[in-house]
Design a protein around this ligand. Structure first.
Ligand SMILES: C[S@@+](CC[C@H](N)C(=O)[O-])C[C@H]1O[C@@H](n2cnc3c(N)ncnc32)[C@H](O)[C@@H]1O
Length: 347
């Protein structure tokens, strides 16, 4: 169903009219407004493309063309359909074509007007009463919504067996999407990972799954790369600071960000902080920006290597003294320095 846009010679303000109809249809539960919104929203998508992914053939990005492709129309008047995406779709920054309201419900595919939802009939009747020539037309079309159009959970829902929990959430560490798949997902793990990667490119380049619970002293996770590149070395940003980590050999947990901030709020300029289990240095580095001096230690040589790198990255290497030893020994050494009131943390 479409009305004419402003400038098409009709008195109708297409945007207001579309909104009104969409509200009515939504309240009736007939219109999938998300689809309508996406089809009409060419500008945002185009912007994103300009700043992000490379353009595809002839200036049309892979996501751009994929919203809706009209593959077939059953009406004889093909011209009405040629404008379904707007004649200049992709060229203009703003959508200026006629407004369509799409009734995306297959059960109405072969129905005549009288059999359609009440809201649609009312829209026709209302408008017929006001104008000599109806601004609305009911047309049938077949839409193919391609892979790029559908969201992660929708694709997985379609691909995985009925009744399977849809694993649409994951943690992110830099370019890595970290899944925590259940047993029921394991036989589809590569498929799931591929879809997660497709739907989160270009920010995410690698999809991993935790193979086992953390058992070792260094608290590292055993991760299986399921899709994308194999590198687990990444750079992430937490509370405005960049950290380099190698997830294969060091511990990192983004969920501790709030706790780190809480601890940081306890420190003052005159403090000397000893971080006994510093890992790659998330707390030590925040602290070094605030306190007098930081002694940071970890048993894992790889963690210490990244701790040093991250200190240097923030030009804090002179303010953070790094140790690679067992925590007990570290505490003994620091205590023997007689630094007065030391704040030790165990984590
Ligand atoms: C849970 S992680 C915390 C790392 C860091 N505080 C963070 O928030 O990312 C614990 C760290 O303690 C280190 N660790 C384990 N046993 C240790 C020990 N006996 N002495 C010193 N460090 C140890 C591990 O290598 C690991 O980096």
């Amino acid at each position: 169903i479409y009305g004419k846009a402003e400038g098409d010679g009709e008195l109708l303000n297409s945007v207001l009219y579309r909104d009104k109809l969409a509200r009515t249809f939504n309240s009736q539960g007939y219109v999938n407004f998300r689809n309508l919104a996406k089809i009409s929203r060419s500008k945002k998508k185009k912007k994103m493309m300009d700043g992000g992914e490379k353009r595809g053939v002839k200036g049309v990005g892979r996501n751009d063309m994929a919203f809706v492709e009209v593959v077939e129309c059953e009406e004889s008047d093909v011209d009405d359909f040629s404008g379904l995406l707007g004649e200049d779709f992709g060229k203009r920054p703003k959508w200026r074509g006629s407004t369509r309201l799409l009734l995306l419900d297959e059960q109405y595919a072969n129905k005549v007007l009288d059999e359609l939802p009440e809201a649609i009939k009312v829209a026709f009747q209302e408008h017929d009463g006001q104008c000599t020539r109806s601004a609305f037309e009911l047309v049938k079309c077949k839409l193919t919504l391609l892979y790029d159009y559908w969201q992660l959970n929708e694709v997985l829902e379609a691909l995985l067996p009925k009744g399977t929990t849809i694993p649409s959430a994951f943690e992110t560490v830099g370019h890595i999407a970290h899944l925590n798949l259940r047993d029921e997902h394991l036989q589809y793990k590569h498929l799931i990972a591929k879809v997660v990667l497709d739907k989160n490119r270009p920010k995410k380049k690698t999809v991993v799954n935790k193979v086992d619970a953390i058992h070792n002293d260094y608290r590292t996770m055993q991760l299986e790369v399921l899709a994308g590149n194999n590198s687990l070395v990444t750079t992430l940003v937490e509370n405005g600071l960049r950290f380099q980590v190698d997830l294969a050999s060091v511990y990192w947990n983004s969920r501790l960000a709030t706790e780190r901030q809480r601890l940081l709020s306890c420190f003052t300029y005159s403090d000397i902080v000893c971080d006994v289990f510093a890992g790659v240095g998330p707390l030590a580095i925040y602290a070094a920006k605030k306190v007098k001096h930081v002694y940071a230690n970890d048993l894992n040589p790889c963690a210490v290597e990244y701790l040093e790198r991250n200190s240097a990255l923030h030009k804090l290497d002179r303010k953070i003294e790094v140790f690679n030893m067992d925590g007990r020994r570290f505490i003994n050494i620091q205590s023997s320095y007689g630094l007065g009131s030391l704040l030790f943390r165990a984590w």
